[in-house]
Design a binder for this molecule. Sequence first.
Ligand SMILES: [Ca+2]
Length: 228
Amino acid sequence: MNIEKAIRTKGVDEVTIVNILPNRSNEQRQDIAFTYQRRTKKELASALKSAFSGHRETAIWGLLKTPAQYEASELKASMKGLGTDEDSLIEIICSRTNQELQEINRVYKEIYKTDLEKDIISDTSDDFLKSSMVALWKGRRAEDGSVIDYELIDQDARDLYDAGVKRRGTDVSKWVSIMTEPSVCCLQKVLERYKNYSPYDMPESIKKEQDTKGDSQKALLYLCGRDD
Ligand SMILES: [Ca+2]
C-alpha cells in the first residue's frame, strides 16, 4: 500500500500522501483508511497526525473524515469560542435531510461526548434561531414523498399570513413550526400558495417583519430556499 510505505518512509513521503488522498472520492478514502487499519492495526488518521504537523495535518485529517464527521466538526467549530458562527450553523442544519442530521447527531455525540442540541441551546443567543434550529434538529420535518395534503397546505399558507404580515408583530413560533415541519417539497407549495393571501411573497414578508432581523431573518430566508 503506497500510503503505508509513504508514512513509514523516514521523514514521511509527503508528496505521495498529498497526491493520493485528495484525488480520491470520500468513499475511496474511507476504504484506504480501513485497509490501512486492518494491515497495520493503527488508525490512518492518527498515523498521519503524528507524521504531519500543524496546518498540513488539519488539511489531511479533513480529507479522512466522512461527510458526517466533517459536518459535526464544522458545527462544533461554528459554536466554539465567543459567539456563534450562525451562517455555518444555519447552512448545515437547514440544508440537510433528517437522515443526514441524525447521522451528524450520532457522530457529534461520539466525537464530542455531548448532544449537539444542548450545544445549540447553550451557544445560540437569538431565540428564534435557537427554536428553529432545535426544531429542525429534532428531525421534525416530514420527508418528501409523503402524501400531499392540499387542504393543509392552504391552511399553512393562511396561517403564515395571519401570523406575520396580517397582524401587528410576528407570531414567531408559528412561523417556525410552519417553516420547519412540512417536507421541503410541501413547504415550497405552501410558499406558492402564500402569495394568494399576502401582497408580498414570503422572502419579502420576512424582510418586512420587524421581529425577524439579523440571524433570524437569514435563517428564515434560508428555509424559504433563498440565501440572501
Ligand atoms: Ca406583522
